[in-house]
Every structure is written in structure tokens, then in C-alpha cells.
Design a protein around this ligand. Structure first.
Ligand code: DGI
Ligand code: FE
Ligand code: FE
Length: 398
């Protein structure tokens, strides 16, 4: 019977820990081959753009060039959509045939959580497991887990000693971004490839957002955006929100503002947004911005995304960050309208009151114009009004 080791991961980038674990598994578990299978990553779940599948495969090829019986496999990248381990292992069993034993190689953290994976029971009853564990790390917990899985499912689990598996890819990316050499954390050929391709070059999400709006916005809109960012950072510090998130949300908030009406309508359809945003650029630009941030910038932080998505209307239950961006947009120093100074005054001490005042003004203005008022706008107004009453009572009774 052939024994095939499967090591999955994002490999973004592959590092010495992965290679070391593959080698250790090959030797200590008597495997015939080990396949490293990079996952298709979901950029919207990350706060940065992952390297492309091709780049991650190429890095694996370079890292494994000198290895015998250890090779990359693009199976998951070749599938449509995101893969699940149980489907990948089924496919590998199929590929290598019933005479092969599929051994899933994993770290301590993953095996401890394996119960929660899709089709965990199938995984645990069908395949063998090889756990690379760093001595001293969660030893007892791992022991207990292995015994329990063996008793419950009859799973064959081999624990092997491996020092390096938990090298942090984040740390590697940060080192590379700062220009520092990665040392022996990644193979030299991989490091050379990363540099030649400009991967992990450390352009922050703000830099990338800024480059985008510089290209896509009129100058006056760009200036407005920068003022919103400054104002939002100040409000965030004042009211205890995260200034860095406030700045990121501000940079992106009007990124779709200068699209033509036709382009906006097309984007509303492309992203499957509510048809009420058709022919309503004032409302559509915020919703489109959120979608672009997720799809094209890999921004997954829901608070940042919501701050952008609701910067025009607000909404019931809006978060601290959402209020900060909403208010900053309305009171940045370039804004001129009758009640703006009243709102700026309120913004010095009372975030909710300032937001409420701004909403009241907007609704009044929209009503006068006879414009369509989004339910999010009226809900936000009602929410902030309601919220004020008990607060006032509390203060009066104090
Ligand atoms: O993008 P900005 O110009 O910086 O400002 P914004 O996104 O806050 O607002 C854009 C416009 O949208 C502004 O004139 C007010 C308007 N607006 C706010 N709430 C609603 C709305 N327009 C409609 N039709 N319905 C709303 O509920
Ligand atoms: Fe806007
Ligand atoms: Fe704006």
C-alpha cells in the first residue's frame, strides 16, 4: 500500500516550516510522496490581497525544486470556487486509487479543531493523520485530542516532532515589506522570486486605495476625501474609535463617486445590489464602493466596509466607526451649508447628537427636494432619536 501525504495551506508564501514538515512527514511516517496543495484564498476574508494562485504555485515549485518525492499540486486552484478538505482528499483518493492510503498532514492547532471541519466524521474515519507538533506546545491537549479521536472514530494519527511549522507567514511578509531579508525563514529562491515579482512589497491598503482614488476621482473630490480622512481620524481619537480604520474607510468612501450614471447602474447590476440604487448615484456610490473594496482590494474588515457602505445614509444600530465616518463626511472643513457650524460644534462633545443633527438636516433637505429617502436614512434618524431619550433621562435622574 502506498502512503500519500497531503499538506494543505495558503502558502502565501511557502516557508521553511512547510518544507520541513513535509520532509519530516515523509521520513517519519514512511510516506511515498507528499503533495503540497495551495488553497484558493478568499480575498474578502483577508485584510490584504493574497498572492495569486500562480505565484503561490511558482513559489512552491521553487521551494521544492531540490526535494525528492515532495511536490506541489494545483488541484484546489484548478477547482471552481473554494475547496473543502474532504473534497480534496476524496479527489486524491480517487487519483491514487484504493490501494493508496491518504494521510493528511496538519499542525497541532488544526487537529484540535478538526471536529468543526466540514464532513469531519468522513475525514476522521477515512483518512490517516500526521500531526507536526512543536515540543511543549499544547502537549497535553494534543494528547487528549488524539486519544479521543482514536476512541471515537478509530482514526490513525501519528504525532511527529516538528520545530518550524509554526513560522509565521505574516512575520515573513512584514520582514520582506520592510526590506529586511527573510533569512532562513524561506528558501532563497522563493525570496528572489518574491522580490522579482514585487510580492508583499508592503504597499499598504491605504497606499493602494489612494492610488486608486487619485486615478478615478476629480481633484475636488480627492481633496474632499483627504479632508474626510483627517476629520475622521480626529473624531476617532476623540470618541474612542480606531483612527487607522477611520482613515482607511475615509480613503475609500467616495471611490465610486465619479463614475458616470451608466457605469454606476452597470455596477449596481454587476454586484447584484438592490434595484432601488439604479439611477440614484447618491445612494449607489457608497454601496458600489463597499463591493469594490471587497472584490478588488481584498478588504474584509466588516466595520470598515460598513462605515463606507452607510456613509451616506447611516443606519439603525450604526457602530462607532460608522458614525465617525458619516459625521466626518458631513463636517470636513470644505463643507459649507447653513447648519454645518452647529453640527461641528456638537461634534466636539457629542457624537450621537451631531449625527442626529446632520441626519435631521439631510432628511429635511431631501423632503424639500422631494427626493427618494432610503429606509436606512429614516431608520438611522429614528434610532438616534430613540437612543437620546433614555440617555437624557439617565442624566436627569443622576
Ligand atoms: O459623497 P458625498 O458627496 O461626500 O456625501 P454623501 O455620500 O454623504 O451624500 C451624497 C448625497 O446623498 C447628499 O446630497 C445627501 C444625499 N442623501 C443622503 N441620504 C439620502 C440621500 N439621497 C437620497 N436620495 N436618499 C437618501 O436617503
Ligand atoms: Fe459619499
Ligand atoms: Fe464624501
Amino acid at each position: 500500500m502506498k502512503k500519500i501525504g497531503i499538506l494543505g495551506g495558503s502558502f502565501d508564501p511557502v516557508h521553511s516550516g512547510h518544507v520541513g514538515l513535509a520532509r519530516d512527514a515523509l521520513a517519519q511516517a514512511g510516506l511515498d510522496r507528499v503533495l503540497l496543495i495551495p488553497a484558493r484564498l478568499q480575498p474578502f476574508k483577508q485584510d490584504r490581497m493574497p498572492a495569486s494562485g500562480e505565484d503561490r504555485m511558482e513559489m512552491l515549485r521553487l521551494a521544492l525544486a531540490g526535494e525528492e518525492r515532495i511536490e506541489p499540486c494545483s488541484y484546489e486552484l484548478d477547482q471552481e470556487g473554494v475547496s473543502y478538505t474532504y473534497l480534496t482528499l476524496r479527489a486524491m483518493q480517487e487519483r491514487f486509487g484504493p490501494d493508496s492510503r491518504i494521510c493528511f498532514i496538519t499542525g497541532t492547532d488544526s487537529i484540535l479543531k478538526l471536529d468543526t471541519w466540514m464532513h469531519a466524521e468522513e475525514l476522521l474515519t477515512t483518512y490517516s493523520f500526521i500531526v507536526g507538533s512543536r515540543p511543549g506546545y499544547e502537549d497535553e491537549e494534543l494528547d487528549r485530542c488524539v486519544r479521543r479521536l482514536k476512541e471515537t472514530y478509530g482514526t490513525e494519527i501519528l504525532v511527529i516532532r516538528n520545530e518550524q511549522f509554526d513560522i509565521s507567514a505574516t512575520e515573513i511578509r512584514e520582514r520582506l515589506a520592510s526590506g529586511a531579508p527573510a533569512g532562513d525563514l524561506i528558501p532563497q529562491a522563493v525570496e528572489d522570486y518574491i522580490r522579482s515579482r514585487g510580492l508583499y512589497s508592503g504597499r499598504t491598503i491605504n497606499d493602494r486605495g489612494f492610488a486608486y482614488i487619485k486615478e478615478h476621482l476629480k481633484e475636488s473630490r480627492l481633496v474632499h476625501t483627504c479632508r474626510v480622512a483627517d476629520e475622521a481620524a480626529a473624531l476617532a481619537r476623540r470618541f474612542g474609535a480606531d483612527p487607522a480604520k477611520a482613515v482607511t474607510a475615509s480613503i475609500f468612501h467616495d471611490m465610486a463617486k465619479n463614475l458616470t450614471r451608466e457605469e454606476m447602474n452597470r455596477q449596481v447590476r454587476t454586484f447584484g445590489l438592490d434595484p432601488k440604487y439604479i439611477d440614484n448615484p447618491n445612494l449607489a456610490h457608497s454601496k458600489i464602493a463597499r463591493c469594490l473594496m471587497e472584490r478588488d482590494f481584498g478588504i474584509g474588515d466588516q466595520d470598515i466596509l460598513n462605515a463606507v457602505s452607510y456613509h451616506t445614509t447611516g443606519r439603525a444600530g450604526m457602530s462607532l466607526l460608522e458614525k465617525v465616518v458619516f459625521l466626518a463626511d458631513g463636517i470636513e472643513p470644505g463643507r459649507i451649508y447653513p447648519s454645518v457650524d452647529v453640527i461641528r460644534d456638537l461634534a466636539r462633545t457629542d457624537l450621537d447628537k451631531a449625527c442626529l443633527c446632520m441626519l435631521e438636516r439631510t432628511v429635511g433637505y431631501l423632503k424639500k427636494k422631494g427626493a427618494f429617502i432610503d429606509t436606512d436614512t429614516t431608520d438611522a434618524l429614528a434610532y438616534l432619536k430613540d437612543k437620546r431619550d433614555p440617555e437624557r433621562e439617565e442624566k436627569e435622574h443622576a
